[in-house]
Design a protein around this ligand. Structure first.
Ligand code: PEP
Ligand code: MN
Length: 361
């Protein structure tokens, strides 16, 4: 017990390193591959923990589903050689038992598990009494409550050190990403769990090597605590997620290419200048709010007029005219059409609601 406690507080310390970098192959494939990946990652001097998928949840049957329990021997061997703590994904009670049996340092719950409360509960029950950090990936679908629910289930099982991994969300239609980042959801999750570590997984967001750098940079700019990124000694030949993996040496280039910014600084001039600009933003925001309030008052007057004259709320022509006018003006001011459309949609909905209240009163 003593030993487990010591081991665990050491792990808590590892996880407080900023930026925290976890890397390793999507899947453990062979003992040599795991050990060589770990050795080359260690050599970068930038990696804090080794990841490797042992059991792989695959969308379609017939794909490589992981090497299974024997892979745990390989990762612990890699740990012994490199000194890197090791992290694996667990999705069932049996996998948790096996991972704990091998003293795996960090466990993570994958996106395909977080999505299912039954599975999360099974994993949480198996974790009861264990002294191991658990990282929880966001669910596949953009549902914050599921993510929070998974955190609560694991916390209720007595796990003290829980972290979050943002790996993007499945979305309908083709986007440039394999999983749309939907950064606002990660930011909201962080806002609701301010003391919980949150790292980003650029590999599963990107789905290819080209986007890795920019996704990782964005995460760091948004003050994420670190990244979990896939690395393989021979990416093109990887048995899973070949397109998004990079060699340990390429990983080092990516990490060196990131501009590490800090959330705060003690430099006085900078702090003062920032304060002033923030004040200006607050001022503009207040004015915008005032104006929006006025706009809604006018909408209510129109509502009264429409009510007295028996006219429908929505008049499509008028709405198209407003949008077109706004897009032209906005674009001249450097605002994107996408933003203007979203903004006007929101304003329009609010206007309709105000009119609706008047017309149905
Ligand atoms: C993985 O990390 O290899 C993995 C399966 O990721 P996710 O759960 O994010 O799909
Ligand atoms: Mn993967």
């Amino acid at each position: 017990m003593e030993q487990t406690l010591q081991a665990s507080s050491k792990m808590d310390e590892v996880l407080t390193k900023r930026p925290l970098i976890i890397s390793g192959p999507c899947s453990a494939e062979t003992e040599e591959q795991v050990i060589e990946t770990a050795t080359r990652l260690k050599k970068t001097g930038k990696v804090d923990a080794l990841r490797a998928g042992i059991w792989k949840p695959r969308t379609r049957p017939g794909s490589f589903e992981g090497v299974g329990t024997k892979g745990l021997n390989w990762v612990t061997q890699a740990r012994k050689i490199t000194g890197l703590p090791v992290a694996v994904e667990v999705a069932t009670a049996k996998q948790v038992e096996d991972a704990l049996h091998f003293d795996i340092d960090i466990l993570w719950i994958g996106a395909r598990t977080t999505v299912n409360p039954f599975s999360v509960q099974d994993v949480a029950d198996a974790l009861r009494g264990a002294n191991v950090p658990v990282l929880i990936k966001n669910p596949i679908n953009p549902d914050l409550e599921l993510w929070i629910g998974a955190v609560e289930r694991v916390a209720k099982a007595g796990i003290k050190n829980i972290g979050l991994i943002h790996r993007g969300f499945s979305s309908y239609g083709n986007t440039e990403y394999r999983n749309a980042p939907m950064w606002h959801l990660a930011i909201e999750m962080k806002r609701r769990n301010p003391d919980m570590m949150m790292i980003n997984d650029p590999s599963h967001i990107s789905g290819n090597r080209i986007l890795l750098q920019s996704v990782a940079q964005k995460a760091i700019d948004l003050d994420f605590d670190g990244i979990m990124i896939e690395s393989h000694i021979d990416p093109d030949k990887a048995w899973s997620d070949a397109k998004q993996q990079v060699t340990p040496e390429r990983l080092l280039e990516i990490l060196d290419g990131i501009k590490w910014r800090h959330e705060t600084t003690d430099q006085k001039e900078f702090v003062v200048a920032l304060e002033k600009l923030r004040e200006q933003i607050n001022h503009v925001d207040d004015e915008l709010m005032q104006l929006l309030g006025q706009r809604m008052k006018i909408a209510e007057k129109i509502g009264e007029y429409k009510k007295n004259n028996n006219i429908t709320i929505l008049q499509t022509n008028r709405w198209n005219e407003i949008l077109e006018r706004a897009a032209k003006k906005g674009e001249a001011l450097g605002l994107t059409r996408e933003f203007i459309t979203k903004y006007y949609d929101a304003v329009h909905m609010e206007s309709i609601n105000h009119q609706n209240n008047i017309m149905n009163s």
